[in-house]
Design a protein around this ligand. Structure first.
Ligand SMILES: [Zn+2]
Length: 469
């Protein structure tokens, strides 16, 4: 093991060997200092945080050390900076650095702490223009960094076990971007409960996480006033799927069905083919606009997922449609939703992202002005920005992206959802799925509750029932 460690250290770039030496000396210093037990766990340096003067040394670990020292789970959890084990599959990860994003981290800060050249960061940002995944790094996202010859060779973001994006150096001209989304295995859970204080408190107490509760509240916002309509003793039932990859929960969930009482009448929604419907097959989502502006503008660059840069030859997909328009043209939201990003990007310029549902997102790039802020609710057709020529452009235009489940589609041609009633084949498929949902929900309820539950579609007492449709 010691020999492996030495061999590993020898393979490191000079800079890291120097850094390692500094670290070892400070660890030794800490161990010799009496009473400084906070930083020393069982004779091992605290693996997470090391104060070097006023500078914080980034908590990176050598993979060899990770396997030789069983990390103290409690001390790791305490500091929050957990560096997970390296699974060596495919790429040679033995010489790579792992880091988990902490609150307050910025990419620039991480590059500085790692002494990575800033031009590498710009090249990564350039490769990211088509995905803008780096604008989504939140605490908890893991980074895998490959440095060779004091140059960044590869940067990987692991959003979850199922979702990774990778920037790989192709030539000195830059990096190429690739994204993996594994389908994983979805396991269904039924969560039922009774309102004691509020839906969010009681649902979380039964095992729904706050994100799911928020999503359900948003889905039902036009049917239920959660402050007024919910009463103590009302029952709620949620069918939810959670995603697993290699047995590990990825954090991705899908609300499949909800039934609850509101103002003494039952309300239910069911997931089918990307959208939510009520028990009569009526869509809850509203139509999208085909174009996020009024008037006609020429397409100056079409959607092209296979585009390559004309000079460098690097893969540079064009994930949106460009419309030539003079700066200052009003841009409207393509649908109802919440503004999830207002960002100024070196290459994409000032851009706005709107999340319309768990499934649909739109992006508007190269703006001159944003008229909304992050977290703001917007409705279809609402003015959200003015077009412009910010970022790297050859002329003023709007770059418009439509994404379904994270994947870009051609906004001009794609079958984007319109408000509809399910009919024909769709209706038959929906009805048979509905039967399964209801059966599973009923199964999940204790017998006595199932008998009393007005929401239960079998009761038939309150007008039309779903199963008789
Ligand atoms: Zn474009």
């Amino acid at each position: 093991m010691v020999r492996r460690l030495i061999a590993f250290i020898k393979r490191l770039p000079r800079l890291y060997r120097a850094l390692l030496a500094v670290l070892s000396v400070s660890v030794l210093g800490l161990m010799l200092l009496p009473g400084n037990t906070d930083s020393v766990v069982d004779g091992q340096a605290d693996p997470v945080l090391m104060q070097d003067g006023s500078r914080i040394v980034i908590p990176l670990e050598l993979p060899a050390a990770v396997t030789s020292v069983a990390p103290d789970a409690d001390s790791l959890a305490e500091t929050g900076a957990v560096v997970s084990e390296v699974k060596s599959k495919g790429v040679d990860e033995s010489r790579m650095w792992q880091y988990e994003i902490q609150p307050g981290d910025t990419l620039t800060g991480i590059f500085e702490k790692l002494h990575l050249p800033m031009p590498d960061l710009y090249q990564v940002l350039e490769a990211d223009e088509s995905a803008l995944a780096l604008d989504d790094i939140k605490p908890g996202v893991k980074l895998l960094i490959d440095v060779d010859s004091e140059q960044l060779q590869m940067l990987q973001l692991r959003f979850s076990a199922a979702h990774k994006v990778t920037y790989t150096r192709k030539k000195d001209a830059g990096f190429e971007f690739s994204e993996t989304r594994l389908p994983g295995v979805w396991q269904e859970y039924a969560i039922t409960g009774e309102i004691g204080r509020s839906f969010s408190i009681d649902a979380e107490a039964q095992g729904l996480d706050s994100r799911d509760v928020y999503q359900i509240s948003r889905l039902l916002k036009e049917k239920i006033n959660f402050r007024r309509d919910i009463r103590k003793g009302d029952l709620f039932e949620v069918l939810i799927s959670r995603q697993y990859v290699e047995g590990e929960e990825t954090g991705e969930t899908k609300v499949e069905a909800v039934r609850m009482m509101a103002n003494r009448s039952p309300v239910s929604i069911f997931y089918y083919d990307g959208s939510y419907y009520d028990e009569k097959g009526r869509s809850l989502s509203k139509a999208f606009l085909r174009y996020p502006f009024n008037g006609n503008y020429r397409v100056s660059s079409p959607f092209n997922p296979n585009r390559h840069h004309p000079v460098t030859g690097l893969y540079r997909p064009h994930n949106g449609v460009d419309f030539a328009m003079r700066s200052g043209t009003p841009i409207v939201s393509a649908g109802d939703g919440v503004v999830t990003r207002v960002v100024n990007h070196k290459y994409a310029g000032l851009y706005v992202e709107v999340k319309h549902s768990e499934r649909y997102t739109t992006r508007y790039l190269h703006l001159s002005k944003a008229l909304v802020h992050k977290g703001q609710r917007v409705s279809r057709g609402q003015k959200i920005a003015l077009s412009g020529s910010s970022g790297r452009v050859t002329g003023p235009h709007l770059h418009y992206e439509f994404r379904i489940a994270g994947r870009p589609v051609n906004a001009v041609k794609a079958a984007i959802p319109i408000a509809k009633h399910l009919e024909g084949k769709d209706r038959k498929a929906f009805d048979s799925l509905l039967k399964q949902y209801l059966a599973r929900l009923d199964e999940a309820l204790p017998k006595s509750d199932a008998d009393n539950l007005v929401v239960s579609q079998r009761a038939g007492g309150s007008g039309e029932t779903a199963q008789s449709l």
